[in-house]
Design a binder for this molecule. Structure first.
Ligand code: EPU
Length: 432
């Protein structure tokens, strides 16, 4: 089985460059369906979820030209089908954005129910409520969501919870609806603003993204655009925690520091040093860090996508920390893997009570999902000796060249067949 093999214990040092935001790219790629003109999207991350999304766009009959690893030109004037219902598409979360985009442009869509990481119950009732409010008929049958209407009409939509997916999906459909749509209690994550900016660059009229009310005036048509995606806040945050956990000194470049405030504040609180500049953050940790409490919340609160990483850091910090997960109901699966490494973490309801230990020990561990997988790699990097992390397909959904970027910071990490003792021995010989 493919896995990361890590010889930990070396403080990370140097510079790492952050790629484009995966969760913004998913919405923006789907948004390219809203016009018949050419759309060029730059700074897309070269990760498996995005590559699957691009492949799915090609499967509709659209012309897709991968200009290089990080940019793609899409022309959707040749779309032949509004059905995206194969097995591949059902594996990913971002597939739900095809419903909003196809409904917006063609007034019909047939899309496989979205998959994605198993981090708890992930209903899409708020997406459906939004589409219905715009006048669509929605039917869910045999794992397929069918959406259709003669005409989409703007409406007032109040989201019960500030869902990232529902906010983006409703924007995608409403941007070509007749009249005005108002989304109240929308998500405010940086990728919401990025998708809105992209739609506006195509001639859309979306105002208020990033605030408590989004107002969308439906356009007659959208035109082509060349658009560059914002940096990935979660990729950046993951390297910040990796620097802190290994007592390293890392400059994380090509980022928007404001998007990382919740993470920076927690790191400062537990004793790390943070230096911010316009588009980079330096994280320095010279000693064992201290305990704190963390509660995940919608942006600008502490992101759920950083919860496994900070929990891992706190498992190595001094004292008792409590981490409360309020967004997803099953995002502590990695705790069992950390326990194999000697961490003292007890999960009670939606909180993890973490008694920091001063060192972890090596183990063969499994990535249960994308962010938890990254957190377990951090655990391996912070631990003397050899750790292997398997099921890295999860990690590859959202981290571009994770091993290569970590090697650039001095980490001893490689992808090997962890069941092949020759490959493991070769790695050990290489790093001594
Ligand atoms: N929710 C509902 N009904 C809905 C939609 C959401 O009750 O119709 C609830 C969810 O159950 C959850 C909360 O609202 O409790 C937030 O869910 P949200 O819709 O915001 O999440 P998502 O769209 O499923 C996206 C990201 C996740 C990220 C969350 C929260 C994508 C493809 N996925 O998921 O990213 O954790 O927002 O920020 O954008 C990841 O990248 O590792 C990842 C899991």
């Amino acid at each position: 089985m493919r896995g990361f093999i890590i010889k930990g214990g070396t403080p990370l040092a140097g510079e790492v460059i952050i790629d484009g935001a995966k969760n913004a790219a998913l919405g923006i790629l789907a948004g390219s369906l809203l016009t018949d003109d050419d759309v060029i999207i730059e700074n897309i991350p070269d990760v498996s979820d995005i590559n699957l999304m691009i492949k799915a766009i090609g499967n509709t009959g659209a012309r897709v030209d991968r200009l290089d690893a990080h940019s793609v030109k899409i022309n959707c004037s040749t779309i032949e089908t509004y059905a995206l219902d194969n097995d591949d598409i059902g594996k990913m979360r971002g597939s739900y954005y095809f419903i909003g985009a196809l409904l917006g442009k063609y007034k019909q869509a047939s899309v496989a129910f979205p998959g994605g990481c198993d981090i708890g119950s992930r209903p899409i009732d708020q997406h459906i409520k939004g589409f219905e409010a715009l006048g669509a008929n929605i039917k869910v049958e045999s794992g397929i969501i069918e959406a259709s209407t003669k005409e989409l009409k703007g409406n007032h939509i109040y989201l019960d919870s500030p869902s990232v997916g529902a906010t983006i999906n409703i924007m995608l459909a409403a941007v070509l609806a007749k009249g005005q749509t108002i989304i109240e209690n929308p998500a405010k994550e940086p990728h919401i603003v990025d998708v809105a900016n992209f739609l506006n660059s195509m001639g859309g009229n979306v105002k208020g993204a990033g605030t408590d009310v989004i107002r969308i005036k439906g356009a007659e048509r959208l035109h082509g655009s060349t658009y560059s995606i914002i940096p990935d806040q979660i990729e950046a945050g993951t390297y910040m925690i990796a620097a802190a956990a290994t007592r390293g000194d890392v400059v994380i470049k090509n980022i928007i520091p404001k998007h990382l405030e919740a993470i920076s504040a927690k790191l400062v609180e537990i004793g790390a040093e943070i230096e911010e500049s316009d588009d980079s953050i330096r994280v320095v940790a010279t000693k064992r860090l201290s305990h704190t409490n963390v509660k995940t919340l919608p942006y600008p609160g502490f992101p759920t996508d950083m919860q496994p990483q900070i929990s891992t850091l706190l498992a190595l910090s001094e004292g008792t920390s409590i981490v409360t997960e309020t967004i997803f109901d099953n995002r502590f699966k990695f705790v069992d893997e950390l326990a194999r490494m000697g961490a003292h973490v007890k999960v009670e309801g939606n909180s993890a009570i973490i008694e920091g230990v001063d060192r972890l020990s090596n183990a063969r561990i499994y990535a249960p999902d994308l962010r938890a997988g990254a957190a377990l790699v951090i655990a391996g990097l912070a631990t003397e000796g050899i750790t292997t992390v398997q099921q890295i397909e999860y990690i590859e959904r959202g981290y571009e060249r994770f091993d290569e970027k970590l090697r650039g910071l001095g980490a001893a990490i490689a992808i090997v067949n962890v069941d092949d003792s020759n490959e493991v021995e070769k790695f050990k010989l290489r790093i001594v």
